[in-house]
Design a protein around this ligand. Structure first.
Ligand SMILES: *Cc1c(COP(=O)(O)O)cnc(C)c1O
Length: 467
C-alpha cells in the first residue's frame, strides 16, 4: 500500500470509528447469527493476487460487522465488561504503527521505562503498599500461572525448574467460587487438579478462613506440602470478597504464598471508600488486576504486582547468548518477568488513559457504576416477584424471577434471559448461585448512564410479566 493510499484509508477508518462510537447503541448487542453464518461467506483460500483496500473494507462491513458482539455498547451487561476509552484506542493506533516488540530495555527503552513508571502510578492510585513492584502481563490467567510457578520455585530453591518434580506433594488452596483460570494454572504448573483444594464459602460467597486453616492442617497431617493460596477480591460469579487479612495471617502461620486475584474488582480500589476490600493486602506475595476489564483500557492489559521481583525474575529469566545486551545489569528486561518473550507496548495505553481521564475522571465513572449496582439491588429487593441471590458490593447483580413452581424457576429464568437477549436491546448472561439459575447483570461500560440500567431492568420485568 502506497503512502497516499494509506493516508486516505486511515482517515476514512477514523471517521468510521468515530461513527461507530456514536452509533454503537443502534446495533443489536448480540448479533443475530447462527453458527457457521460468517464462515460460509468467507473464501476457502487466500487470494493469489492482492485486493484493493476498498474491497477488503467493504467485506469487513458486510460480513464481519453483522457477526460482532458489541462489547462497546452500554447495553452489554454480560460476563464482566471489557471497557475502553477513546484515548486507549488512539494509543493502540500508535502502538501498532510503531510495531515495537518490547521484550527488553534495548528493544525500546521508552517502553520499558514508561511501563516502570505506569506501574508506580497504578500502584499508588489503587492505594497498594509501596513495596509492590508491578509489571504488565497479557491476561490475569497468565499472571496467576506466573504466581503459582514462582511459589513453586521459591519453595524448592528453584529446583523444579532444573530437575522437574521429584517427590513433592504440593497442595494449592482456593475457594469454591474461584475463576476457572486457577484450575487451568494448577494443571499447567504441574500440581494436578487433585491437589487443588476448594475451600467452602460463607453466606456472602467469601472463603471461610477457618475452613482454610483446617484444610491446611489436615493436609500437613497427611504428608502434603501446602504451597499457595489464591484468594479473590471480586469473584467472577458474584464479586464476593474474600477476607484477605484473615487469610494472610494463616498463610504466614504455615508459610504459604498468597496470590490475590482481583481481575475485575481491583479497579474499584481507586476509590478510598472501597479500600476496605483490600485490608491485609500489604502482606500478600502477589496481586493481579485487569485494567482491560473496568479501567477504560482496551483489551489486553493486565497489571501484576509482586512483593519480591527477584523471585519472579529468577523463575523466568532465560538469557541465551543472542539476547544478551551490554546494559543488562542496569535495566529491567521485562521478558524475564513473565511467560512470553515478545511483549506489546501496552504501557502506552495506560499512560494515555490515566492522563486523558485523570484519576478523578476515572473515579467518577467507577463511583457511578457502583451506585447503579446499589440502585438495582434495592429495586430488585423491593419487587415482590424478584429476589436478589447474592450481596452486591459493586456493579454485578445476581437475581431471579420467583413466580412459578420452585422446580420450574431455573427454566423460567433461562427463558426470560434468552428472550431478552434475542431482542438485541440488551445482552447479559447467567450464573449459578447455590444451585439456582441466576440472572446476572454486570455493567461497567465507559459510557454507561442510569437510563441504561433502568431500561435493562424494565425489559427484564416486562419479559417476565409477559409470560
Ligand atoms: C476475568 C477474570 C479472570 C481471567 O482474566 P483474563 O485476563 O481473561 O485471564 C480471572 N479471575 C477473575 C476473578 C476474573 O474475573
Amino acid at each position: 500500500m502506497e503512502s497516499a493510499e494509506f493516508r486516505k484509508q486511515a482517515h476514512a477508518l477514523v471517521d468510521w470509528m468515530a461513527d461507530y462510537f456514536e452509533q454503537v447503541e443502534d446495533y443489536p448487542v448480540l448479533p443475530q447469527v447462527k453458527p457457521g453464518d460468517i464462515l460460509k461467506q468467507l473464501p476457502t483460500q487466500a487470494p493469489e493476487k492482492g485486493e484493493s483496500f476498498d474491497a477488503i473494507f467493504k467485506d469487513f462491513r458486510d460480513i464481519i460487522m453483522p457477526g460482532m458482539t458489541h462489547w462497546e455498547s452500554p447495553n452489554f451487561m454480560a460476563y464482566f465488561p471489557a471497557n475502553k476509552s477513546k484515548a486507549s484506542v488512539l494509543a493502540e493506533m500508535l502502538m501498532s504503527t510503531l510495531g515495537a516488540q518490547c521484550m527488553s530495555w534495548l528493544t525500546s527503552p521508552a517502553a520499558t521505562e514508561l511501563e516502570e513508571q505506569m506501574m508506580v502510578w497504578l500502584r499508588d492510585i489503587l492505594g497498594l503498599a509501596k513495596h509492590f513492584t508491578g509489571v504488565i502481563q497479557d491476561t490475569a490467567s497468565t499472571s496467576t500461572l506466573a504466581a503459582l510457578l514462582t511459589a513453586r520455585e521459591q519453595a524448592t530453591g528453584f529446583e523444579i525448574n532444573e530437575r522437574g518434580f521429584q517427590q513433592e506433594k504440593f497442595t494449592i488452596y482456593t475457594s469454591e467460587e474461584i475463576h476457572s483460570s486457577i484450575d487451568k494454572a494448577v494443571k499447567i504448573a504441574g500440581f494436578g487438579l487433585e491437589n487443588l483444594r476448594k475451600i467452602a464459602v460463607d453466606e456472602a460467597f467469601a472463603m471461610q478462613a477457618d475452613a482454610f486453616e483446617a484444610q491446611v492442617q489436615k493436609d500437613l497431617a497427611a504428608g502434603f506440602q501446602p504451597l499457595c493460596l489464591i484468594s479473590a477480591i471480586g469473584t467472577t460469579s458474584t464479586t464476593a470478597i474474600d477476607p484477605i487479612a484473615d487469610l494472610q495471617i494463616i498463610c504466614e502461620r504455615y508459610g504459604l504464598w498468597h496470590h490475590v486475584d482481583a481481575a475485575y474488582a481491583g479497579t474499584a480500589l481507586m476509590l478510598p471508600e472501597m479500600r476496605w476490600m483490600a485490608e491485609g493486602l500489604e502482606g500478600v506475595d502477589s496481586f493481579v488486576f485487569n485494567p482491560h476489564k473496568w479501567m477504560f483500557t482496551n483489551f489486553d492489559c493486565t497489571a501484576y504486582f509482586v512483593k519480591d521481583p527477584k523471585l519472579l525474575v529468577n523463575t523466568f529469566a532465560m538469557t541465551p547468548h543472542y539476547l544478551k545486551t551490554s546494559v543488562d545489569e542496569e535495566v529491567k528486561n521485562y521478558r524475564d518477568w513473565g511467560i512470553p518473550l515478545g511483549r506489546r507496548f501496552r504501557a502506552l495505553k495506560l499512560w494515555f488513559v490515566m492522563r486523558e481521564m485523570g484519576v478523578e475522571g476515572m473515579q467518577a465513572k467507577i463511583r457511578k457504576h457502583i451506585a447503579l449496582g446499589k440502585w438495582l439491588a434495592q429495586t430488585i429487593e423491593a419487587h415482590p416477584d424478584f429476589e436478589l441471590l447474592a450481596p452486591v458490593p459493586l456493579n454485578t447483580v445476581c437475581f431471579r424471577y420467583t413466580r412459578g413452581k420452585a422446580d420450574a424457576l431455573d427454566a423460567i429464568n433461562k427463558e426470560i434471559m434468552d428472550k431478552v437477549n434475542a431482542t438485541g436491546k440488551l445482552f447479559f448472561t447467567q450464573t449459578q448461585v447455590k444451585d439456582k439459575f441466576a440472572l446476572r447483570l454486570s455493567f461497567g461500560n465507559t459510557n454507561l448512564e442510569a437510563y441504561h440500567v433502568e431500561n435493562a431492568w424494565r425489559l427484564i420485568v416486562a419479559m417476565a410479566e409477559a409470560k
